[in-house]
Design a protein around this ligand. Structure first.
Ligand code: PBG
Length: 341
């Protein structure tokens, strides 16, 4: 039945009716707030390319998390800026690591807050890659003076990395992290982490895998925030090619087979089709990460008065929800919680 019988504007005529027929709703209960934890006391350094986002010492991170919790945000995800970096990412798995310290403090001060731990090595490696790097023999001598440039000059070693990721996961869980979230994109890491957790009598700890994580220019501001830019090369040999939807489904399928309890698509807005396809195909809880570049674009345009900041940030979150993600990791979590209240 077409016009004039059908008039879709009937159900748009005022806010109560629009609200009655609304198909998608955002809720604070599904938001996760990222925190960047650094050494020191009383430190609160704003990230240049992410206004409103800070590197926080443990005491400040606790304060920020308390604020988030009081607004109804149920979870934080932790990233660390270690004191020192090396070739085996010691800072990621050391008992005294910065994220371990933060997790202990957060669980002591705010026991009901869900603490997620991002598991990756890039922030802790001197070269900034997410895995162990092996330099090709012919360039070994040269590598000391000049870092390798061509892909042929170095290799990100998959299986040796798994051991470090597993060690990191066990260490974080022992420090109180409630959910382990591996973001490195090595093959087999979910299985390796599950096995290590189970052996350490941590079989109750869930894994949220960054299952479909794309090599993306939208991570730019994060790398400044976490000081994790690769010193040579890029991440395209482990993170996914942005052109591939079918491969994303294979990544997710494998992670679920290896024991992922929840899955994630990242970034969010440029990959809404991947979120939608994952929602239709898999029955595990689905998360999406609205990444640093997505945040920075909204903030930059708002600062120029080119867009209405609050309206655009809520619309962007709604689009992620509508695509099918039930959990949203976003730097706008506190603003969203305030606007939803
Ligand atoms: C670590 C990691 C990254 C992000 C989350 N975990 C950076 C990267 O892969 O380069 C990006 C988050 C963001 O941009 O907000 N590997």
């Amino acid at each position: 039945m077409a016009f004039p019988i059908t008039r879709l504007r009937r159900l748009r005529q005022n806010e109560p009716i629009r609200s009655l027929v609304r198909e998608t709703r955002l809720s604070t209960e599904s938001l996760v707030y990222p925190l960047f934890v650094c050494p020191g006391k009383g430190v609160r350094n704003e990230v240049r390319s992410m206004p409103g986002v800070f590197n926080l010492s443990v005491d400040q991170a606790v304060q920020e998390a308390r604020h988030a919790h009081s607004l109804g945000v149920p979870a934080v995800i932790l990233f660390g800026l270690p004191e020192n970096k090396d070739e085996i990412a010691t800072g990621a798995w050391a008992e005294t690591g910065i994220v371990q310290q933060a997790a202990r403090a957060l669980k002591r001060e705010i026991p009901d807050l869900i603490v997620m731990g991002d598991v990756c090595l890039c922030e802790y490696m001197s070269h900034g890659h997410c895995g162990v790097v092996r330099t090709a023999p012919q360039s070994l001598g040269a590598a000391v003076a000049t870092p390798p440039r061509a892909t042929a000059d170095y290799e990100i070693v998959n299986d040796a990395t798994l051991e470090l990721l597993a060690r990191t996961s066990v260490s974080l869980a022992r420090a109180g992290v409630d959910i382990i979230a591996p973001s490195d994109m090595m093959d087999g890491r979910v299985g390796a982490i599950r096995q290590a957790l189970d052996r350490a009598e941590l079989s109750h700890i869930p894994i949220l895998s960054y299952a479909a994580k794309f090599a993306s220019g939208f991570y730019g501001p994060f790398r400044e925030a976490a000081d994790s830019t690769p010193q040579f090369g890029d991440r395209r040999s482990y993170q996914m090619d942005g052109a591939n939807l079918r491969e994303a489904m294979r990544e997710i399928e494998l992670d679920i087979e290896e024991g992922a309890d929840m899955i994630m698509v990242k970034p969010a807005m440029p990959y809404l089709d991947v979120i939608a396809a994952a929602r239709r195909r898999f029955d595990v809880p689905l998360a999406a990460y609205q990444v640093s570049g997505e945040y920075a674009m909204i903030e930059a345009a708002a600062r120029n008065n080119w867009i209405d900041r609050e309206r655009v940030l809520m619309e962007s979150l709604l689009s992620i929800r509508r695509a099918g993600a039930s959990i949203i990791i976003t730097y706008h979590a506190l603003d969203a919680a305030r606007l939803l209240a």
